[in-house]
Every structure is written in C-alpha cells, then in structure tokens.
Design a protein around this ligand. Sequence first.
Ligand SMILES: O=C(O)CCC(=O)C(=O)O
Length: 198
Amino acid sequence: MKLQKPKSEIANTYQAKKLVRLPELIDPDTIDELLGFIREGSFEQISNSNTYPEQSHISWGQQRVADKEGRVGDDRIFHFFGQSAIKELVEVATDKEITTDHYCWINRYEAGKFIGPHRDAPGAATLLICLQTVEGPEYGGSLIVKDQEPPSRIFLQPGDGILFGADEYFHYTEPLEPSVANPEPERIIMAARYYAAT
Ligand SMILES: O=C(O)CCC(=O)C(=O)O
C-alpha cells in the first residue's frame, strides 16, 4: 500500500468532506494477485435485484466475499482490507477506532452495466479500490458521488482508491461502453465497509 499524500492531509480532507481520493494506493503486482484470486473464486452472490431493484444492472450481481464475521472461506480480499496499514489509514482518516469485522464485496461490470444511485448501509467509512477499468471516462465507468454540487465525477484507474461516506452520499456509476479496441469492457472494484468500535 502506498500513499501519495501525508496521512495528516488525508485525515483533514476526509474529516472535512467525508471523501478522499487515494491514487495509486496499490501496486500492479497486488492488483494482479487480487484479480487472480477474484477470477478463480466462487463467491456467494448477493441477490440485489430483490432488495434493491435499482441495483439490478450490476453484472454478476454483487459478490459477497466475507460475511460480517469474515467467515466465507479463505478470503484474500477480507484479509487485504484488514491488514494493519489499511486499517490504520481508515482510523487516521475517520478519527475512529475501527473494528475487525469489516464487510467486503466485489462488483464486476460488463458492457452496458452500472450501479444505480443508492446509499450503502451504515458504517464508519467505505474504502473502494478499482482493480480493472476501461481506457478512459469516455467509455463509462466513472463513479459519481453526490457529495457536493455539481457531484464529484471520479474515474478510478486500476490501483486507485477512494475512502468515502457511502452511507451518507448517494453514488452511482456510468454504464460501460464497448469500443472497437475493447468490445468486451470490464470494470472490477472491491470495497470494504468499516465499522467504528463502540
Ligand atoms: O463500482 C463503483 O464504483 C461503485 C460501487 C458501489 O457503489 C457499491 O457497490 O455500493
């Protein structure tokens, strides 16, 4: 994990805006390793379309890779988000003590797919990291967060992260568009919701 800004700046930005960008948070080797794990994995699929009809456009549905107790198999993603450097970053940014029962998931989007406007379940903060995306925002895949007017339009490159109040701000993504160079676009993100110790 690599931080492009001092932790104090990350904390100040997060506490002021409940949103901080973390460019190049993870390196290409880590991305490859996590993508390998994701491609091999068989995960429990969360049935979104019943609960959240507006989310039914996620390819593959959303995939749970660990329950709140972290008990779904040998979960590389759960451990990734639980590593001390990441947990410490979330604690510094939120100025809260964070528990070890973070909740993780993966989203995969294919051509035409997106996630509609929604807010997540309550938590202290959500860390979302992009592992794969399209060539540029002209092919969709931007994450729009309604934290201000106009909303933040964020095109995450592989390895980029964003820590934000996903329970507070409505957010959604733009549909992926195929191109001649990339007729089968794919965007993969992983995310963790952290909880504050009471
Ligand atoms: O794919 C994204 O960038 C957003 C994902 C999201 O909002 C969610 O899974 O709740």
